[in-house]
Structures are given as structure tokens and as C-alpha cells.
Design a protein around this ligand. Sequence first.
Ligand code: IMP
Length: 187
Amino acid sequence: MPATKPPPESVLISESRLQHRIRELGAQISTDYENQELVLLGVLRGSVLFFADLARAISATGPPNPDCGVRVRFEFVQLRSYHESTKPSKVQLIHGGSDYLEHRHVLIVEDIVDTGYTLKFLREHLGTLNPKTVKVCTLLDKPAQRQVPVAIDYIGFEIPDTFVVGYGLDYAQQYRNLPYIALLESI
Ligand code: IMP
């Protein structure tokens, strides 16, 4: 039986702060892509809750506003990163998006950027699919651990160098369904 880990001990970002900031991000993205088609590319699994709330915060084309808003399409990729001691993380593609990305505006929706290896890998992969533009929206940015430089266009919150769970983020597949971001202390 796996060892039971201590539960998250303290809330770092409350549900109301998360939702307020996501509405701001959605408004900014709605302005930046007004009247255009935008492919939201979710990175499974950690981004799912953020993806769902962000998508609804982007003003939609359709009733009652058929002539303005953003024409949004959903696509997903699934990646796995693993660590070998003393070597940089390796990232592996499990499910790789779709041919639909070709000649489209793509917005990568990430849960957290930490070392930057995942984003670097994903950008290189997307380069082979020939999108028109690629931007990045991450809920959390942890710049203290950055190993490779990555450009991020929309950041929800910058957080200190600490391990967090909740709102999609896990520790050993637990805690993803917390509606807030919590510090996982004493691991
Ligand atoms: P990277 O180090 O920027 O490549 O991030 C790789 C992945 O590590 C992220 O997409 C997350 O799934 C995971 N990750 C990094 N920091 C945390 C954390 O504080 N909590 C939960 N997952 C994390």
C-alpha cells in the first residue's frame, strides 16, 4: 500500500482569487483575438480545470453576439515528463494534437511553467504542425526553477519556489479536484 502523504496544509490562492484573475485573462484574450478563430490547446491533465474556466471567460461568438467575440476551438495534447538524476527532464508526447492546428492561431493553456522543459518541447512539436501563431497562457509561473528560457504571453499568478496542488495540479494523481491552489508541505 502506498504511503499516505499529508494533505495540503494551506491555501496559496483562494477560489475567488483564481476566478477573478481568470476573468481578467479571459477579457484580455477576448480583446487580443476579437473576431478571430482561436484554437485553445490544453495540456493534459493538469490544465483541465483552468482550461474549462478560461474558455468560458473568453467572449464567445454566437447568440446574443453573433458578430463579435472569439471563435474558439478546443484541442488537447498529453505529455509526460520524467526525471533522470543529474540529467535534465525528458518530455514525451503521448497524444499530439491534430492537423487542424495548421495555419491557425493557437493558444497553449498550461497549468504551471516550472523548469520550462515541457513548454520548450511543446513549442518544438507545434513547429512541425505549422500553426499561424503560437502564444502561451499559464495559470502559474514558477520562475525560480527555470532551466530553459520560455516566452509566456499570459500569466495568471507568479508563485514562489514551492510545490503546489489543486485546481488541476496533482501530487501522485491526488488533489486535482481542489477548487483552490494549496501548498503541499512536508513531502
Ligand atoms: P516543467 O518543469 O516546466 O517542464 O513543468 C512540468 C510539469 O511539472 C508541469 O506541467 C506540472 O505538471 C508539473 N509541476 C511542476 N511544478 C509543479 C507543482 O508545484 N505542482 C504540481 N505539478 C508541478
